[in-house]
Design a protein around this ligand. Sequence first.
Ligand code: COA
Length: 147
Amino acid sequence: MIIEETENYPFELLLEADPSIYKIKEYVEKGKCFIAVDKEVLQGVYILVAHTPNKAEITNIAVIEEERGRGLGKKLIQDALQRAKKLGMTSVEIGTGNSSIAQLALYQKCGFRICGIIQGFFDDYPEPIVEDGIRCRDMIRLTYQIS
Ligand SMILES: CC(C)(COP(=O)(O)OP(=O)(O)OC[C@H]1O[C@@H](n2cnc3c(N)ncnc32)[C@H](O)[C@@H]1OP(=O)(O)O)[C@@H](O)C(=O)NCCC(=O)NCCS
């Protein structure tokens, strides 16, 4: 499996990480999109946006449904952290919904720590987001400090 940069954005998979196509288009314009490919089959994607010379953000990360829970999400995050380190970044942020329990678990297992909450971030999404019976309204921000 290889992880490589692409400008051929896999919008369908990106939409699984964020239902707003407008936000996704904004992120791919601002950042760089990386895909995991195995035997020419798309397995996963993430977008890395540099907000300042020191601070980056993983704005979207998604793994194809059949491959979830097998470690690829972790690999993609580690790849993003390595690329950020090579660019001389000192921190990488990621945000997820208050209802995204598995994602909150994954990011903390990868070394991210909660650093803030944007209340009401998801309130103006056209369709309400509900996961595990929890209404998604607030964005939990997490940060990884690169040593
Ligand atoms: C989120 C996503 C990218 C994760 O990818 P993945 O390949 O399934 O993730 P991994 O298999 O690498 O890791 C999952 C980790 O989370 C852990 N985890 C998941 N749910 C958990 C829970 N409820 N409690 C504790 N740990 C949990 C797993 O145990 C695993 O950790 P481990 O390897 O230490 O056991 C994938 O599920 C996905 O594409 N989801 C849809 C899109 C999405 O929600 N993107 C994120 C938007 S913020």
